[in-house]
Design a protein around this ligand. Structure first.
Ligand code: G3H
Ligand code: 13P
Ligand code: ZN
Length: 315
């Protein structure tokens, strides 16, 4: 069942976070649904602009609608990840997406407010919810690469003003994480002081943590042992999700980790079984491994076991 994030966030706030996972194809979609059903978790399925181009947005929509039939117990939101204004309107008008993210974080504060407000008005008129972003994350994101020096943490005072003026339903904050497989220099990590400051200014308001992949070192080692070159890859400590959730993070975005599972499965298979050329062989293993990964993440996020608890709350 496709739902908005409104009731999911209300139930989760201060206690746990909902996993928001990106998909690009059938195998990711199957693994994602399986893992959430196995761990009895509500979830957010995210589609980026790049994914809409890669798989054709109509193909993705058909795959997701079918997954909804194959897994009738699933409760999930369909969310546009890092949308520009035009793509937001397209998704809102499609009637398929229950949530969109307008990412105008690279614009000036006032421009970000104005763009977000326009998207909010269009979205709310159709019952769609809106995530906005304030602050600038480091790392690689679709066509944009932000050097760590240009990253800017979210200012709590500005966050309060931004939410009041834009009317957004949730806010992605820059709190030290970054996109991709290379996060944090040295012993840096999540800036809990910034998160605390934002929660004080916006009590009860759902916050979103982007760039939340953990980049498991075991996964990186296996990829490198199978011919990969991911030296120095590093992610967020998944044991910090619980504290983040207590401080108002209700949505945790994870994409890179899923790509690492895909990379490890395929590299190991082609290293160990050089005669294999049937795409279904690694595909089958990937779906199962990705499902296990999702189920594990949901236990760390605290969303595992919440599926039946939220069922009565969502329409
Ligand atoms: O934040 C970006 C997400 O990881 C999506 O990545 O734009 O390459 O699909 P993508
Ligand atoms: P990762 O690159 O850490 O998986 O972040 C994904 C993300 O923020 C998608 O919006
Ligand atoms: Zn992101």
């Amino acid at each position: 069942m496709i739902v908005t994030t409104k009731e999911l966030f209300k139930h989760a706030y201060g206690k746990y976070a909902i996993g928001a996972y990106n998909i690009n194809n059938l195998e990711q979609c199957m693994g994602l649904f399986r893992g959430n059903i196995d761990s009895e978790a509500p979830f957010i399925l995210q589609i980026s602009k790049g994914a809409r181009e890669y798989a054709d947005k109509r193909m993705l929509e058909a795959i997701i609608r079918t997954a909804d039939e194959v897994f009738p117990k699933a409760i999930f939101a369909v969310h546009l990840d890092h949308g520009d204004e035009e793509t937001c309107y397209e998704c809102i008008d499609s009637g398929f997406y229950s949530s969109v993210m307008i990412d105008a974080s690279h614009a000036s504060f006032d421009e970000n407010v104005a763009i977000t407000k326009r998207v909010v008005e269009a979205a709310h008129a159709k019952g769609v919810v809106v995530e906005a972003e304030l602050g600038v994350l480091g790392g690689v994101e679709e066509h944009i690469k932000v050097d760590e020096g240009d990253a800017r943490l979210t200012n709590p005072e500005e966050a309060e003003e931004f939410v009041a003026r834009s009317g957004c339903d949730s806010l992605a904050c820059a709190i030290g994480t970054s996109h991709g497989a290379y996060k944090f220099a040295g012993s840096q990590g999540i800036h809990f002081d910034v998160l605390e400051g934002i929660q004080k200014r916006l009590p009860g308001f759902p916050l979103v943590m982007h760039g939340s992949s953990s980049v498991p070192q075991e996964e990186v080692a296996r990829i490198n042992a199978a011919g990969g070159d991911l030296g120095g890859a590093k992610g967020v400590d998944e044991n910090q999700f619980a504290r983040s959730a207590q401080l108002g993070v209700t949505k945790v975005n994870i994409d890179t980790d899923g790509r690492l599972v895909w990379c490890r499965v395929h590299r190991e298979m082609f290293r160990d079984q050089p005669a294999v050329f049937d795409l279904r062989k690694p595909g089958k293993i990937f779906m199962s491994e990705y499902a296990n990964f999702i189920a594990h993440k949901n236990t760390k996020l605290g969303s595992a076991g919440m599926l039946e608890k939220v069922r009565g709350l969502v329409k």
